[in-house]
Design a protein around this ligand. Sequence first.
Ligand SMILES: [Zn+2]
Length: 463
Amino acid sequence: MNTLIQNGRVVTAEETRLADVLIEGEIIREVRGGIPADPKMHVIDAAGMYVLPGGIDCHTHLDMPFGGSNSSDDFETGTRAAAFGGTTSIVDFAIQARGTRMRDALDTWLKKAEGKACVDYGLHMIVTDLGECGLEDMDDLVNEGVASFKLFMAYPNVLMVDDATIFKALSRTAKNGALICMHAENGSVIDVIVARALAEGKTAPVYHALTRPTRAEAEAVHRAIAMAEIAGTPVYIVHLSCEDALNQVREARDRGVPAFAETCPQYLLLSIEELERPNFEGAKYVFTPPLRTKENLPKLWDGLQDDHLQVVSTDHCPFCFEDQKILGKDDFTKIPNGGPGIENRLQLIHHHGVNAGKISLSRFVEITSTAPARIFGMYPKKGAIAAGSDADLVIWDPGALYTISAHTHHMRVDYSMFEGFEVKGNVRTVMSRGEVIVDGGQWLGKAGRGQYLKRTARGGAWK
Ligand SMILES: [Zn+2]
């Protein structure tokens, strides 16, 4: 059955205009004013609403193993919550275990998603070990649609790789077109600071933030970009958290270097004070990089305005407070790192960005959908409202009032980082490949309908 969305205000990264959207099966067929309805069509009246391309969250950790348990959302609960918030594609991270092949990790993660995912999903590969054949394995993965790899400059002995490994991987992507995503923090320096803090009996959650200086992030961002420049390839900095690090990206981009960076709602809206909450509740805000001082927040918004930052993702990695975060009660280094956010990204960025006059509607669409689609090789199948694109669409009610709360959210986690935040503007209807999966707060999709996204390796350089 064909669907016609009538009278909505279609918002893309380029423009906002009144238009109808005709959907045939899973695909958008036509976008223009005055498309006539016929009796066989399912007609949706979107008068007074925005029609947005479905959100794309290119940084999530569903069902991620950590210290004997897993992040509390799996591919079913996590992607369902994403859909409730208007996100219709995610890119999650498969993690190569040291001494094993990347292919094994890909198979493991594809299995985690199979039969569960409610929206379409791609996978990045976290490289922990290049071993003998890691560089060839990267090429093989590119052929499997894994168009991006993530490397860590933090967490020595766990995930961190040395500069030689980073440089080899970057050089490989200069040939195969994939994009390297960097967790940029100087992990060796941080580990020394952390050991000192623990020796001084500083074990509370706030020390997680106080032992990770902004300079440690900025230094690693600088080094990552320098190595990418030497390798002659783009690089993408994940979850950039502070002005110090942003300055490095800005300096590089101003010189024409293809450096990309994302930030997340928590860095735009929350600050280090959250970690000082009593009764160990600061642990709810323990993730990496940590929350920073308040002065950083407006700088990150400026970065989004000026395109020094291109993407807002969530780094959704939920752990329940009651039985998971509590593991670090006597030692902040044992608190599972991560927070929930997959459901609230569009609400928060629309309210605090668009309503607050910081970014335009088109920029909102660009940083939450179109730019990640382009950078990660999904455009124009995803991230666009145009003939031939997947009918992943959000009908957005700009006047809807909503209060974010763990009591009503759909994420499988017992707290919200944004508890009590009031927003104006929320999802009314969500379509994924032509199928209405959320409507008026009701879940109409089903587990397993999400498809694996084979992405194209274009090194973020889509133009
Ligand atoms: Zn992450």
